[in-house]
Design a protein around this ligand. Structure first.
Ligand SMILES: CC(C)(COP(=O)(O)OP(=O)(O)OC[C@H]1O[C@@H](n2cnc3c(N)ncnc32)[C@H](O)[C@@H]1OP(=O)(O)O)[C@@H](O)C(=O)NCCC(=O)NCCS
Length: 169
């Protein structure tokens, strides 16, 4: 299994994996919209490939934390592993690879809205620890953040501003 940057040849497979994993097309459509927008980071749209077949995908895109100032950050969203290949460690490898690339690109932190028992495996903690708030109404422990550089979220409290396309999902 290898993890690599997504190419246009993968778009169809990525659409299908997200459709199957989420059992709806909202996330697949969201990815298509994000790819066309300014918040897209080409290096952070990654696929997991096994035997030349794409079986997982993760995407991080640019967001802002609006506090005393506007702080640039990243959102991990969405991610999906083909249902036939879940619970085999592929999702974890995608998260770890993505966080490393984000760090190499000098992003300082990442926000995620998702499974409260999955993302803490990689060091995510409740975003409320830093007074970072979600614009959507969600349980406190589902909204998480991780510092890619130690201390980078200190005094960066505020509301996360997602690109408007996220409102459609
Ligand atoms: C979440 C997902 C990306 C994880 O990928 P994966 O390859 O199955 O994950 P791994 O094998 O690396 O890790 C397994 C862990 O994923 C988590 N997980 C998987 N499915 C989950 C679910 N439906 N709800 C909560 N956590 C889940 C669990 O923490 C599990 O750990 P456990 O074995 O101790 O229970 C994958 O299950 C998926 O595509 N799910 C459907 C879409 C989705 O929910 N995407 C994420 C939105 S935040």
């Amino acid at each position: 299994m290898k993890i690599r940057q997504e190419t246009p040849q993968d778009f169809q497979a990525v659409y299908e994996i997200n459709h199957l994993a989420f059992e709806q097309e909202g996330e697949s459509q969201l990815i298509e919209k994000i790819r066309k927008g300014k918040t897209f980071v080409r290096e952070l749209s990654l696929v997991a490939e096994q035997n030349e077949k794409v079986i997982g995908h993760i995407l991080f895109s640019k967001i802002k934390i609006i506090g005393e100032q506007s702080y640039p950050s990243l959102a991990l969203a969405p991610m999906a592993v083909h249902p036939d290949f879940q619970n085999k460690g592929i999702g974890s490898k995608l998260v770890i690879a993505g966080l490393q690339i984000a760090k190499n690109l000098n992003f300082e932190h990442v926000i995620v809205l998702g499974h409260k028992d999955f993302y803490p495996n990689f060091g995510f903690q409740k975003a409320s620890k830093w007074n970072i708030q979600c614009p959507f109404e969600v349980p406190d422990d589902h909204f998480m953040a991780i510092e890619l550089m130690e201390g980078s979220l200190e005094n960066k409290g505020g509301f996360v501003e997602y690109p408007p396309v996220f409102n459609d999902v």
